[in-house]
Design a protein around this ligand. Sequence first.
Ligand code: SF4
Ligand code: SF4
Length: 283
Amino acid sequence: MDSTPARAPVNRILRSSIVDGPGNRAAVFLQGCNFDCVYCHNPETITLCSSCGTCVPACPAGALSVGESGGILWNRDACTLCDSCLKTCPHNSSPRVRLLSPKEVMAEIEPSIPFIRGITVSGGECTLYPDFLRELGELARERSLSFFLDSNGSYDFAADRGLMEITDSVMLDVKADPENGAEYRRVTGNDGKGILDKAEYLAKTEKLYELRTVVSPGLFDPVAVVEKACRRIVGTGSRYKLIRYRPVGVRQEAAAALAEPDDLLMEKLAGICAGHGIEAVIV
Ligand code: SF4
Ligand code: SF4
């Protein structure tokens, strides 16, 4: 039997976070995403590093170098987290990524275990690494920690029993109208096919913690999106997080093109949720 651990590219690990699911949690951010959302707030997590080397001379601390195999070496101790490499990278990537096994991730979380309720794995898109997730979920369960996933909704959760057995809940994005493939593709680079079916599956199996929609007026019709999404999770106890688009961490072209929603629109969306008996959270 192959016992090689399923490693995944880890962008960063937060030992303590109160914004990545219920309670105080450790949050693990994996590198790589199959979406390319116009408003992405962490665009440096989208692409795996191609080792082009562009960022190496841009590092003022000398923390980056090219290894013998041509890969980029990152010296964590020398890094000052100045982000020059992220700003220089032409490929929406980061050289500050480590290929870690689930056990290595748990070892980094270990000091905070007495103070956290669980682990949330985010990205990028964490479901690109299902073997890693299953193993990390097992380790979390051994330590009596809940295990949450933060997903863009592209994964076929129903087809992965092993992952569903080990996952306590999922936070799922609805990023545009999934019944309008062209619109979804314009916003995310992916047609969003079946996302509401997945939301419904997760909700009915009590594995949907919340749906989430980032709202930017003019990007898509948020009223139609929230209405359609609510209909699919009504009566299941899942909640809906309505996220104001803010121009923080986004690419320059997004910051120039996208608008922030006003309170009136956010309250209107919350009212749609309330009309379906669904708790809305505006952030
Ligand atoms: S953040 Fe990037 S550029 Fe800045 S010191 Fe660290 S590796 Fe170098
Ligand atoms: S992080 Fe970006 S700039 Fe640096 S080597 Fe990788 S792809 Fe090139």
